[in-house]
Design a protein around this ligand. Structure first.
Ligand code: ATP
Ligand code: MG
Length: 248
């Protein structure tokens, strides 16, 4: 039996008196699709920062693919197979689409310190980058500067970059945020096409998208797990309905 992709045991992060994430426990199986929902300020992004290592936990234990990662820095967690996108787009604005993806592929390539190698030694990096660019429908923009892309394409590029290191666990922080309905549908279709062996955690405010994407849903509220279960159980929960719909 393979180890879970992610195990959180009583993970907390406090900022002064604020319990942004408070004793969260959850398990994500390899290849699982999990939505993380909750109102603004519920602690969703903080939870991702704790999983990826951008923030250290105040308490609790974080295990990635069977390895205790609680005290590992972000690059060591990336080496285990975790990647993420950010709620706010982070690209190299003055590099082209192709350069952005090649840099991302190269950053995760063991040969990156071999400065004496001829550039042609990295043809496979460019092939891998081109494959990602094509998959995300950015072929026509490959020589465009990232900052000249439409916002929807910037967000697609960001997801493409997160896949450069072939992660086994991907954290997506509101990839649909700010997209038009059409762009959002296009992004959703791309997310449905992601490698089924890779576990994906998706933070998403649109419940229809979250529930269409994920079989299991974790609801955060005031830093705590309110409910964690199959989507039908979660959507039928009166407290969830109250938080999201102001009913019940
Ligand atoms: N670095 C920080 N220092 C102090 N407080 C913080 C910090 N980061 C987050 N917080 C606080 O922690 C709480 C959770 O924030 P977080 O960004 O995780 O929420 P979220 O669920 O992602 O919200 P949103 O849906 O608006 O993105 C908020 O009250 C926020 O103000
Ligand atoms: Mg957030």
């Amino acid at each position: 039996m393979s180890a879970p992709a992610l195990v959180l045991e009583g993970v907390s992060r406090h900022f002064g008196g604020l319990k942004a994430v408070d004793e969260v426990s959850l398990t994500v199986a390899p290849g699982e699709r999990r939505a993380v929902i909750g109102p603004n300020g519920a602690g969703k992004t903080t939870l991702f920062n704790l999983i990826s290592g951008e923030l250290s936990a105040t308490a609790g234990r974080i295990e990635l693919f069977g390895t205790d990662a609680t005290r590992l820095p972000p690059h060591r967690r990336a080496a285990i197979g975790i990647a993420r996108t950010f709620q706010i787009t982070r690209l190299f604005p003055v590099l082209t689409v192709l350069e952005n993806v090649v840099v991302a592929c190269q950053a995760l390539d063991r040969r990156r310190f071999a400065m004496h190698r001829p550039v042609t030694a990295y043809d496979d990096l460019e092939a891998r980058a081109s494959e990602l660019i094509d998959r995300f429908g950015l072929t026509a923009q490959r020589t465009a500067l990232a900052r000249h892309l439409a916002y929807g394409d910037q967000r697609k590029l960001e997801v493409a970059l997160s896949l450069a290191g072939r992660p086994r666990l991907l954290l997506l922080d509101e990839p649909m945020a700010g997209l038009s309905p059409g762009e959002s549908r296009s992004m959703h279709a791309l997310l449905e096409e992601l490698d089924a062996a890779m576990a994906v955690l998706l933070i998403e405010h649109d419940m229809d998208i979250a529930f269409a994407f994920a079989g299991r849903v974790t609801v955060l509220h005031q830093g705590r797990v309110l409910i964690d279960g199959l989507r039908d159980e979660v959507s039928a929960n009166p407290t969830v309905q109250e938080i999201y719909l102001g009913t019940a």
